[in-house]
Design a protein around this ligand. Structure first.
Ligand code: MRU
Length: 351
């Protein structure tokens, strides 16, 4: 069984409302760019690749159901809507990457003298391809990542992994990135066990990754974020494997808050640390992690559980949604759909 977070058919877009998982599986219609922006901003869809796909398909469905008098009208609408979609969440770069590519694609169509109808059709096709290509990309990441993990394991033994946040079918068009590697190892008969962190404060691990592991029959165990160091010491973890929201030009990586501390602890234990990154998540315009914008989220995510306040009234909170893992801690490598790159500064020897 493969979970489908994004459904596209008959030029209609529906998405699984991830705010309700794992207790309810409910799909919602996304009929416009405004709906897409809200779904991304409220995190009904989340995960870097899924954000870009839903953003673009929300544009595709709006375009498909509109009427346009000339090519200039369509082009300026597309450009304006893409600019808006990029503002929904700041850290993941995938929507920005897609917007840049689709903007120049659309401008070229106009320069080639295409009609309004032709531009609408080609832009819709471009967005549909983003959905198709993501699964292909993830399967490639899965294969390359599985081979890279197994390179660190002697004697044909099965892999014991730790992952963070959610990087599976719910965060992508399907298969997943880091969870794609887990899947590829399982398909190859080389997965012993995967541990997932609950991923406080938003619980993408306990609500979403755990849901995927159970739904797909993968051998998994949930741990508290604070159990990670003990797990690495006591359970013979072979690799830590995570996704990314944005990779800077020097391989510093933004991912869900808590990723950095896992990389530090992995280094201490001599455990290879992998980040799985489609090339669309690599932002060559930034020279280092310090330039990546980090989303700060509501204090309620820390102070409240299921709508009930549990933190002491009056306490101040700091709630960054992401952190930066420096390149030198990415000791296993950055796994893209084409290659595994170990940053030159990363060495696996114990700290
Ligand atoms: O806040 P979220 O749930 O959108 O954060 C998601 C992550 O940090 C994922 O690890 C990342 O986007 C990669 S998803 C393949």
């Amino acid at each position: 069984m493969t979970l489908e977070a994004i459904k596209w058919g008959g030029r209609k877009l529906t998405i699984l409302d991830q705010l309700l998982l794992p207790l309810k599986e409910e799909y919602i219609d996304v009929t416009s760019v405004e709906d897409g922006w809200v779904a991304i901003n409220k995190m009904q869809v989340r995960g870097a690749p899924a954000i870009a796909i839903v953003g673009c398909l929300s544009l595709a469905t709006e375009l498909a159901h509109g009427r346009y008098s000339n090519a200039s009208e369509v082009v300026s609408l597309v450009l304006q809507k893409l600019k808006y979609l990029v503002t929904a969440r700041p850290t993941a770069v995938n929507m920005e990457t897609a917007a840049k590519k689709l903007t120049s694609f659309t401008k070229n169509l106009k320069n080639e003298g295409k009609s309004a109808e032709e531009i609408v059709e080609e832009v819709i096709g471009w967005c549909e391809k983003l959905l198709e290509d993501d699964v292909t990309t993830n399967v490639k990441i899965g294969k390359l990542g599985a081979a890279a993990v197994l390179n660190h394991i002697a004697g044909g033994r099965k892999a014991r992994l730790l992952t963070h946040c959610n990087t599976g079918s719910l965060a992508t068009a399907g298969y997943g990135t880091a969870l794609g590697v887990v899947r590829a190892l399982q398909e190859a008969g080389r997965l012993e066990h995967v541990y997932c962190t609950e991923t406080r404060p938003y619980n993408q691990g306990s609500r979403l990754t755990a849901f995927e592991l159970v739904a797909e029959g993968l051998p998994g165990t949930l741990i508290c974020d604070s159990a990670a160091a003990a797990l690495m010491k006591e359970k013979g973890i072979d690799a830590v494997i995570v996704g990314v929201d944005r990779v800077a030009g020097n391989w510093d990586t933004a991912n869900k808050i808590g990723t950095y501390q896992l990389a530090v602890v992995a280094k201490h234990h001599g455990i290879p640390f992998f980040v799985c990154s489609p090339t669309t998540s690599i932002d060559q315009t930034l020279s280092g992690g310090a330039d990546i914008p980090i989303e700060e989220r509501s204090h309620k995510e820390i102070t409240d559980v299921a709508g009930t306040r549990i933190a002491a009234p009056g306490i101040a909170c700091w709630n960054p949604g992401f952190d930066i893992t420096p390149a030198d801690l990415i000791t296993g490598g950055v796994v893209t759909e084409t290659e595994v790159i170990v940053p030159p500064s990363a060495t696996l020897s114990k700290a």
